[in-house]
Design a protein around this ligand. Structure first.
Ligand SMILES: [Zn+2]
Ligand SMILES: [Zn+2]
Length: 132
């Protein structure tokens, strides 16, 4: 059966780290980028618009871990819907996580999707101020 990472609070952080290093995630990631291109869109950073073609690699941020399951044998099932994943360049993905961490208090009680959307707007505004 296994359990959803999103619903199990104990050792969750360790489970995320394990998941992000797993083959299940590597394949889910590859599929996300492939499906995005198949739908006719070039994946691009949500903040600066740098494309996968230009950057060579982009990070995928989880707006929710509801679709990630850990099986009883310790392997993972990657069942995130496409909409739970958003591409960022490495720099802006790090900025996103830094601000989410710093403002954890302000965003307490918000879901991750909403906090991600708000911080992405803040970062995008800053980015356009620097490069009009
Ligand atoms: Zn970027
Ligand atoms: Zn992330």
């Amino acid at each position: 059966m296994g359990f959803s990472l999103a619903r199990k609070s104990g050792a969750r952080r360790r489970a995320y780290t394990g998941y992000l290093r797993s083959g299940a995630w590597a394949w889910r990631r590859t599929r996300w980028f492939r499906d995005c291109r198949a739908a006719g869109a070039e994946p691009a950073c949500q903040v600066c618009g740098t494309t996968l073609a230009v950057a060579g690699t982009l990070d995928l941020h989880h707006t929710s871990y509801d679709g990630v399951y850990i099986n009883d044998d310790g392997t993972y099932r990657a069942e995130e819907p496409d909409t739970d994943l958003l591409p960022y360049c490495r720099e802006h993905h790090q900025d996103l996580h830094r601000i989410l961490d710093e403002r954890r208090g302000d965003y307490w009680g918000w879901n991750r999707r909403r906090a991600t959307a708000v911080v992405t707007r803040i970062l995008t505004r800053k980015h356009h101020q620097r490069t009009p």
